[in-house]
Design a binder for this molecule. Structure first.
Ligand SMILES: Cc1cc2nc3c(=O)[nH]c(=O)nc-3n(C[C@H](O)[C@H](O)[C@H](O)COP(=O)(O)O)c2cc1C
Length: 181
């Protein structure tokens, strides 16, 4: 069965992270489907699920939170890893407020928060006012080595017992996106 990498992203940077995770798993021989969370009907068709969301105002995006609550039983029955993307620059990372609930409900194998990206030009007027008020730094802070290493640890965890450890990461190939022609 394939692995599902699914995400909720408002401005695209969490989507990029999901696609990188998918590409890394694919490079390690796994069949991977990457889809926005609103396009996933049911996680039951997947061996494992990697689910991530951008953080806004201390929370996951609503569609990702609703996905977990709607598919709580199916997620609890398979290996799941969660990731969040948000903190900018040196801003300390704080777990989104739903993570404790998700840990109790679906027992994910792990949760990671990755540093995010912010381009003022992509934001709505209200968002621009908010990031100005909190002096959030502009820029792409995503740490691709960190993301690759995390994805490789998942690839390793999903391999049969006794498989030799994964040692290096090269530039991963593209993964086909089911929503694209
Ligand atoms: C209005 C606004 C609120 C945000 N609130 C948070 C927050 O509470 N915690 C956090 O870590 N990052 C916060 N961020 C940063 C975003 O999570 C970050 O830019 C992320 O990479 C955006 O992901 P996306 O491009 O997938 O939407 C906020 C950004 C904006 C524009």
């Amino acid at each position: 069965m394939p692995i599902l990498v699914t995400y909720a992203s408002k401005h695209g940077s969490t989507q990029d992270i999901a696609e990188r995770i998918a590409a890394t798993l694919h490079r390690h021989g796994r069949e991977v489907i990457v889809q926005p969370v609103h396009a996933v009907e049911n996680p039951v068709a997947y061996e494992a699920v990697i689910l991530g969301s951008a953080i806004y105002f201390g929370s996951w995006l609503k569609e990702a939170t609703e996905f977990v609550r709607r598919h709580c039983d199916e997620l609890a029955a398979r290996p799941v890893w969660l990731f969040s993307s948000g903190p900018l620059g040196d801003t300390p990372s704080v777990d989104p407020k739903e993570i404790a609930e998700f840990q109790a409900a679906i027992h994910p194998r792990g949760h990671r928060t990755f540093v995010g990206s912010l381009d003022r030009h992509d934001l709505s007027f209200t968002e621009r006012m908010i990031v100005k008020a909190v002096k959030a730094p502009d820029g792409d802070f995503r740490d691709w080595d960190d993301i690759n290493t995390w994805a490789e640890s998942i690839a390793q965890a999903l391999m049969p017992a006794g498989t030799p450890p994964i040692s290096t990461h090269d530039t991963p190939p593209a993964v086909s996106h089911p929503l694209q022609p």
